[in-house]
Design a protein around this ligand. Structure first.
Ligand code: PGA
Length: 243
């Protein structure tokens, strides 16, 4: 299982230090064998979190990176800069970036290339809105979002997918277990049709994962892990999700 904590724009220095020591003492030693823990703090804390986690088996991820390599892009952080902090992963295509920062396939393809060039592994988020869900457009929407991975420049991209229905994020709503299972299988099939890899694409579920629903979601064979937002800000809740 892969457990990703997306802290979004939350926490301060003190929070970072205390949650890291709680995760180190109360979660890490109890994770089942073969599990991966990825923590995604705000980019300002990446260096510090990497330093603290240096000799611990916790992987670190950024929540976004610039589409540009360098230059006059005030406020942006490049994939290379992120990688320079020792960070392994970057989340790209999160629905909050798509929604509030108008990130579309054109921008995302550049970001994916930038991440690849910097040697970062990508957690690529896809998901439908409630309207698309109600209109039975989930598969079409996902297909459109996944299509950019077929770009020839991205054949060697190291990525996993996070299926996050937009309407499930932060809402307390979660699709039915069968729906999660069917969509995860759909994503895996889509990707296997497009790649020559014998390896199956890993797919995480994200959207209102909490201690009450994590066990059932994780029990689905098609679920390779979870991407947790709100509940990852409490080490106690995150522990109940991971263990
Ligand atoms: P949530 O967020 O767990 O708070 O719903 C998930 C996410 O946005 O990645």
């Amino acid at each position: 299982m892969i457990y990703v904590a997306n802290w979004k724009m939350n926490g301060d220095k003190e929070f970072v230090h205390s949650i890291l020591s709680e995760i180190k003492d109360n979660i890490l030693p109890f994770l089942s064998d073969g599990s991966t823990l990825v923590l995604c703090p705000p980019s300002i804390y990446l260096s510090e979190v990497n330093d603290i986690c240096k000799n611990i088996s916790i992987e670190i991820g950024a929540q976004d990176c610039s589409a540009h390599e360098k230059g006059a892009f005030t406020g942006e952080v490049s994939a290379q800069m992120i990688s320079g902090t020792g960070t392994d992963w970057v989340i790209l295509g999160h629905s909050e970036r798509r929604q509030y920062h108008a990130e579309n396939n054109v921008i995302l393809i550049d970001k994916l290339q930038a991440a690849h060039n910097a040697g970062l592994k990508v957690i690529f988020c896809v998901g439908e809105t409630h309207q698309q869900y109600n209109e039975g457009m989930t598969r079409d929407t996902l297909q459109g979002q996944l299509a950019i991975l077929d770009d020839t420049s991205l054949v060697n991209l190291n990525y996993i997918i996070a299926y996050e229905p937009v309407w499930a994020i932060g809402s307390g709503l979660v699709p039915k277990l069968e729906e999660i299972d069917i969509i995860h299988q759909f994503i895996k099939t889509q990707r296997s049709k497009k790649t020559n890899l014998s390896k199956e694409t890993k797919v995480l579920y994200g959207g209102s994962v909490n201690p009450d629903n994590a066990k059932e979601i994780k029990s689905l064979k098609s679920v390779d892990g979870v991407l947790v937002g709100g509940a990852s800000l409490s080490s106690n809740k995150f522990k109940q999700i991971c263990i």
